[in-house]
Design a protein around this ligand. Structure first.
Ligand code: PEP
Length: 253
């Protein structure tokens, strides 16, 4: 059975004390819940919050993710944070290749491939984001765009490590815009992503990979998305900053 995953992405929000408060209140809710072994709750926090947040949650229920890592392993890279540093703070996942990093910070698929390799080297699970822009949806190239992102970003990932990777389909036009892909649009792409993973690796592997949907997931649209066969959960931005919304989205799965 594939893992069902609800992952929050706080982006560059909250001060450390506010983040700890949010993580603690989410933790309090889950302390009374018996999670099925294949259900994973992840919160993606700023680097500055990782240490305090890992100490504020029960790691058997809630995993902490970083939102990025360096493509380099160590050395003279001022301002960068290496995968092993993230691991040493107790995080278990890293969001890699988010469209904001691709668009604002110029991350290419080959940089993303290196970041994923660094995560795997350090026993961190990368959450690889992929997705097309509005223009690419409109001009009909969206399947090719996502396929090319996957092939190039996974260039350094072998059959062993792909099973330690989560994929998040995040159409750029749906991120933070309030426009959500319809459940049918999302399912169509998730099914396609699984097919591409089967082509790169094999069908058995593709069937085991969790593919999350991200893009304006809210309590009122989560259930219809999560009902689709190939949607294994969500990567949640804005709504993950509100405890009640994040919990309602978990309840939807
Ligand atoms: C995201 O940034 O990963 C995201 C999905 O954001 P939002 O839910 O706010 O659209």
């Amino acid at each position: 059975m594939r893992n069902k995953i609800i992952a929050g992405n706080w982006k560059m929000n909250t001060l450390v004390n506010q983040g700890v408060q949010l993580a603690s209140s989410i933790n309090e809710y889950f302390s009374n819940i018996k999670l099925a072994p294949h259900v994973k709750i992840i919160i993606g926090v700023p680097f500055t919050h990782i240490d305090a947040c890992t100490k504020s949650v029960d790691f058997t229920k809630i995993a902490i993710a970083a939102q990025n890592c360096s493509q380099y392993e160590k050395g003279a890279y001022t301002g960068e944070v290496a995968a092993d540093m993230i691991k040493s703070l107790g995080a278990q996942y890293v969001i890699v290749g988010h469209s904001e990093r691709r668009q604002i910070f110029g991350e290419t698929d080959s940089i993303i491939a290196q970041k994923i390799a660094n995560c795997h080297k350090n026993a961190l699970f990368p959450i690889l984001c992929c997705g097309e822009t509005e223009g690419e949806r409109d001009d009909g190239s969206y399947f090719d765009v996502v396929k090319n992102q996957l092939i190039a970003s996974l260039a350094l990932t072998d059959k062993f490590n792909i099973l330690r990777t989560v994929i998040a389909y995040e159409p750029v036009w749906a991120i933070g815009t309030g426009k959500t892909a319809s459940p049918e649009q999302a399912q169509e792409m998730h099914e396609y992503i699984r097919k591409v993973i089967a082509e790169i690796y094999n069908k058995d592997i593709a069937d085991q990979i969790s593919i999350l949907y991200g893009g304006s997931v809210k309590p009122d649209n989560a259930a219809e998305l999560f009902l689709k066969d190939d949607i294994d959960g969500g990567l949640i931005g804005g709504a993950s900053l509100k405890k009640e919304d994040f919990i309602k989205i978990y309840q939807a799965i």
